[in-house]
Design a protein around this ligand. Structure first.
Ligand code: MN
Length: 261
C-alpha cells in the first residue's frame, strides 16, 4: 500500500512527522510525504492556477526524506496524484492537525480539503486532527492520534471506502489508554465567535483581523462535537456531493414562479 502523507500546517509540523512515523509501521506500507512548505491552515479547498508550483526535497526531523511544495495542501495532493509520484497512491492521509476540525470547520480546513482533493481523484482519504482539550501553549502529544490514524489507515487499506467518501477523524488529546472509544458521527454545529478587530499600524492606517475566541460547539449526541466532549474519537464520513436533498420539496415551483409560468 502506497500512502501519501500531507498536511496544512507545513512540512516541518510535528503532527506530520508523528503521522508519517506511525504509518510507516504498517507492514508493507510505502510512505511518501509531500506537504506545503508553510502553514496553510484555514485556507479551504484551493487550486493554484495563476503561478507555477515548485517542489523540492527536504528532510524531516527524523532524517527521512520528504517533498515540500509552495502549493496549497490540495495542490500537494493533486501534484502527487497527477504523476509527480511515479508509484500510484492507494491512500492519502492528511494531518495530524493540531486543532479539531468539526462541523463547518471542514470547509475552512486545509487538512480536510487535502483529503477532499484525493477523493476527487478517486483515491480514498483520511483527515486526522487533534480534538482539543489542551492549554494554548502546551506542547502537544500526537502519539494517540497517530496510533488511531495508523489503525484507521489499516482498516481503510483492507476494506476500502466508497468512492467520493473521506473520513474526518478527530482524536481527543489524551494518552491512548484514556480514549473512551470510537464513534461514527455526523458533523456537529460549530459556534464561531469571530469578531472584526480594527487596529492601526504605526503609520496610522487601519488594518483588520478576522479574529476572536476559539469556536465552541453544540455537543449533541451523534455528532463529532458530542463525541469529543465525551473523550471519544469521532470518525465522520464526508461526501463530496453537497446536494441538499431535503431542500428539493421546498423549492418545487421555483422554476415556474421565477419564469412567470
Ligand atoms: Mn492546520
Amino acid at each position: 500500500m502506497h500512502i501519501l502523507v500531507t498536511n496544512d500546517d507545513g512540512v516541518t509540523a510535528p503532527g506530520l512527522l508523528a503521522l508519517a512515523l506511525a504509518l510507516r509501521q504498517i507492514p508493507g506500507a510505502d510512505i511518501s510525504v509531500l506537504a506545503p512548505h508553510k502553514n496553510w491552515s484555514a485556507t479551504g479547498h484551493s487550486k493554484t492556477m495563476h503561478r507555477p508550483l515548485r517542489v523540492w526535497k527536504v528532510r524531516l526531523e527524523d532524517g527521512s526524506q520528504a517533498l515540500a511544495s509552495d502549493g496549497s495542501p490540495s495542490d500537494c495532493v493533486a501534484l502527487a496524484l497527477l504523476g509527480l509520484l511515479e508509484k500510484p497512491v492507494d491512500l492519502v492521509v492528511s494531518g495530524i492537525n493540531p486543532h479539531p476540525n468539526l462541523g463547518h470547520d471542514v470547509t475552512y480546513s486545509g487538512t480536510v480539503t487535502a483529503a477532499m482533493e484525493a477523493v476527487i481523484f478517486g483515491v480514498p482519504a483520511i483527515a486526522v486532527s487533534l480534538g482539543g482539550g489542551y492549554a494554548p501553549q502546551e506542547i502537544l502529544d500526537y502519539r494517540a492520534a497517530a496510533e488511531i490514524a495508523r489503525r484507521v489507515a489499516l482498516w481503510v487499506g483492507k476494506r476500502g471506502l466508497p468512492r467520493e467518501i473521506l473520513l474526518n477523524v478527530n482524536v481527543p488529546h489524551v494518552p491512548m489508554e484514556a480514549l473512551k472509544g470510537v464513534e461514527i458521527t455526523r458533523l456537529g454545529r460549530r459556534v464561531y465567535r469571530d469578531q472584526l478587530v480594527r487596529r492601526e499600524d504605526p503609520w496610522g492606517r487601519t488594518y483588520y483581523w478576522l479574529g476572536g475566541e476559539a469556536p465552541t460547539g453544540v455537543p449533541e449526541d451523534g455528532t463529532d462535537i458530542g463525541a469529543l466532549a465525551r473523550g471519544v474519537v469521532s470518525v465522520t464520513p464526508l461526501q463530496m456531493d453537497m446536494t441538499a436533498h431535503d431542500a428539493f420539496a421546498g423549492l418545487k415551483g421555483l422554476g415556474a414562479e421565477i419564469m412567470g409560468g
